[in-house]
Design a protein around this ligand. Structure first.
Ligand code: NAD
Length: 454
């Protein structure tokens, strides 16, 4: 398989996908080493993960260069992602003991009741490309800390980064056969579904997640799905500084070229501030430079996958046919690489794909609403339920709106944000299961109840 730089369309690597035989051998090795990995103490495992994190920190520049090369993510955003991953690892390390150690629940009259947290065994992690370090550590770190061994299948669009992660784990002293990569694309993912893993942890699109969930159901093992979103944001009429809200929310929509699972995908603005907001929003978008992701001044690089250009074109054309107007952008950029103009659409409505289906690129629709009731109705009118955001000077007003939206994260005066102490999860077609937070540390263990009578 060929690895292509989305900014230059040059082939930057060529790899042989794993065959079923190779994958089966890796799986068996992971199975036989799992008891040894589980037997070493949590503090030993923490030391290894700490070294891994330190090594990432020492290599930020070269890791960022690789990530930018294969994903088209601007260099500064690649560095940010890697630093963000280190912060997450730190939190997970600090909270591992509390969540993974045995708990004595009762000690009286010769009765001891306790809970121990045992690893699931060998887990399979099939992953996405848009934040390979961040979505990678969400699974890999708590799973390893808990004593599981892992088959990690990076996306075919983030495979060089997957190889870097494996190298650094090895260099940090991880036991042999505790972590293996599955090299390949969809077909290799498919082969992994045929092996007998003790748990499947998937990050990716709704379509693939649903397929995987159905396919592994009969195995009766945990299957967790972190999927896509169509995240709404509402700007109320009590905003004092509309300009700064426009700047912050434009970043929420366009950071990483809009290729974030929690990117702002739909914007609703109260009619009283709509014109002012749209003007400031588009001014901000136009101020950002588009160009080579290797040049520091560029905020927008290419999108990562060539096929996504067609999705973006379809959404824009569909919106235009149904009455939307473009206030900036609207088409592919005529140059080498998978570049699309940052695009802002107004006069949009919920008959349009751009307000219903995940865009995952630099295109956003802004819709005028008459009051909070209409905003709540439209925000909730989606098959997805990942995050929702409200901008307002009034915290109670924002919280009351967010309570009525069926999404797994609620943001007041912020957006496009993930935080290690808080659970990261989805609802509806955005999936289920939890990573990060105390609950995410416990996602890779099975509790065992001990009833001990003397
Ligand atoms: P994708 O579903 O196309 O691919 C994800 C992974 O699944 C890849 O490794 C791919 O090779 C593999 N795969 C594809 N078909 C398969 C099959 N039939 N069997 C087994 N494996 C298969 O998703 P993507 O394009 O890599 O990622 C983008 C999507 O991920 C977006 O929808 C985004 O919102 C979502 N995402 C969600 C989160 C979250 O935490 N909720 C985080 C990042 C990305």
């Amino acid at each position: 398989m060929k690895i292509i730089n989305p900014a230059t369309e040059e082939i930057i690597g060529e790899l042989e996908p794993d065959t079923l035989k190779v994958l089966s051998n890796k799986f068996e090795a992971l199975q036989s080493s799992q008891p040894d990995w589980m037997e070493i103490s949590l503090s030993e495992r923490k030391k290894i993960i700490t070294r891994f994190s330190d090594l990432i920190g020492l290599n930020i520049e070269s890791l960022a260069a690789t990530l930018t090369n294969e994903s088209g993510k601007p260099l500064s955003q690649s560095r940010n992602e890697i630093k963000g991953a280190i912060n997450r690892i730190t939190w997970l390390l600090q909270n591992a003991e509390k969540n993974l150690s045995a708990e004595i629940m009762t000690e009286e009259n010769g009765l001891e009741e306790k809970i121990t947290y045992e690893p699931l065994g060998v887990i399979c992690n099939i992953s996405a490309w848009n934040y390979p370090y961040l979505v990678g550590v969400n699974i890999i770190i708590p799973a390893l800390l808990a004593g599981n061994t892992i088959m990690y299948k990076p996306s075919e669009y983030a495979i060089l980064t997957g190889i870097e992660i494996e190298k650094l784990l090895k260099a940090s002293g991880i036991l042999k056969d505790v972590f293996h990569l599955a090299i390949g694309g969809k077909d290799v993912g498919e082969l992994l579904l045929g092996l007998s893993f003790d748990g499947y942890f998937f990050t990716g699109s709704y379509k693939t997640g649903k397929y995987i969930f159905e396919k592994v159901a009969s195995k009766m093992v945990p299957c967790q799905c972190e999927l896509g979103g169509k995240d709404p944001l509402y700007v109320t009429d009590d905003i004092e500084d509309i300009r700064s809200v426009a700047v912050g929310t434009a970043d929420g929509a366009f950071y990483n070229n809009g290729q974030s699972c929690c990117a702002v995908e739909r914007i609703y603005v109260h009619q009283k501030v709509y014109d002012e907001y749209c003007e400031a929003f588009v001014e901000q978008v136009k101020s950002w430079k588009v160009g080579s992701p290797e040049e520091e001044e560029n905020y927008f690089g290419p999108v990562t996958r060539k096929e996504q250009l067609i999705v973006l074109e379809n959404q824009v054309n569909d919106a235009l046919k149904k009455g939307a107007k473009i206030i900036t952008g609207g088409k592919r950029i005529n140059r080498t690489g998978y570049y699309f103009e940052p695009t802002v659409l107004i006069d949009v409505n919920h008959d349009m794909l751009v307000m219903r289906e995940e865009t995952f690129g630099p295109v956003i629709g802004i819709m005028k609403v008459k009051d909070d009731e209409e905003a709540v109705r439209l925000m909730g009118d989606s098959d997805y339920g990942l995050t929702s955001a409200v901008y307002s000077s009034d915290k109670t007003r924002a919280e009351n709106i967010l309570k009525r939206i069926n999404s797994a994260s609620g943001y007041w005066n912020c957006c496009d944000r993930v935080s290690a102490p808080l659970p990261w999860s989805g609802r509806k077609n955005s999936g289920f299961g939890v990573t990060l937070s105390n609950a995410g540390l416990r996602a890779f263990v099975q509790p065992k109840a001990w009833h001990l009578k003397s």
